[in-house]
Design a protein around this ligand. Structure first.
Ligand SMILES: [Zn+2]
Ligand SMILES: [Zn+2]
Length: 155
């Protein structure tokens, strides 16, 4: 679990200033569950009499993302979500049929990281990934066979 103190320390180590909107968004990220949207953070703050424009919340989230503190992930139906990068990172399998979200261990991505480093001299930052597909329940339910799955529109 990453605490507010951890985040503030990381921000200060990067020589960045902590303004009131920045502090408010950091506090909200720590208080709320993972996978928040800019809108849900804005609403949480509004409930605490802290009125920030959604665009301000969005800008702070982008700033935290640039600092590597927050990961931004498209979780499909849930929209673009944000969460504090944890150690070790975690990832998700998102079912395109039922919308179920399943966690994936970070070790699954280690071979991909090695491959990108070795063959592309590229240091990937894979903090929080979502893979879209068909979950095992939907596959075995037979509601979607292979061809249907492949003809789903790209997101
Ligand atoms: Zn997540
Ligand atoms: Zn499913």
């Amino acid at each position: 679990m990453v605490t507010k103190a951890d985040i503030l320390e990381r921000v200060k180590r990067r020589g960045e200033r902590v303004t009131l909107p920045r502090l408010a968004v950091i506090e909200a990220l720590c208080a709320l569950n993972s996978h928040q949207t800019a809108q849900s953070i804005q609403q949480h703050l509004a409930g605490q009499q802290i009125d920030l424009e959604e665009s301000t919340v969005y800008r702070v989230l982008q700033w935290l993302k640039d600092l590597g503190i927050v990961a931004q992930t498209d979780l499909g139906q849930s929209g673009i979500t944000y969460e504090v990068v944890s150690t070790p990172p975690h990832h998700h399998l998102v079912c395109l049929v039922c919308g179920q979200i399943q966690d994936v261990d970070d070790s699954v991505l280690e071979p991909l990281r090695r491959h990108l480093r070795a063959d592309y001299a590229f240091e990937p930052r894979i903090d929080h990934m979502a893979f879209f597909g068909i979950c095992c329940r939907c596959r075995s339910a037979g509601s979607v066979d292979r061809e249907d799955a492949e003809s789903l529109p790209p997101r």
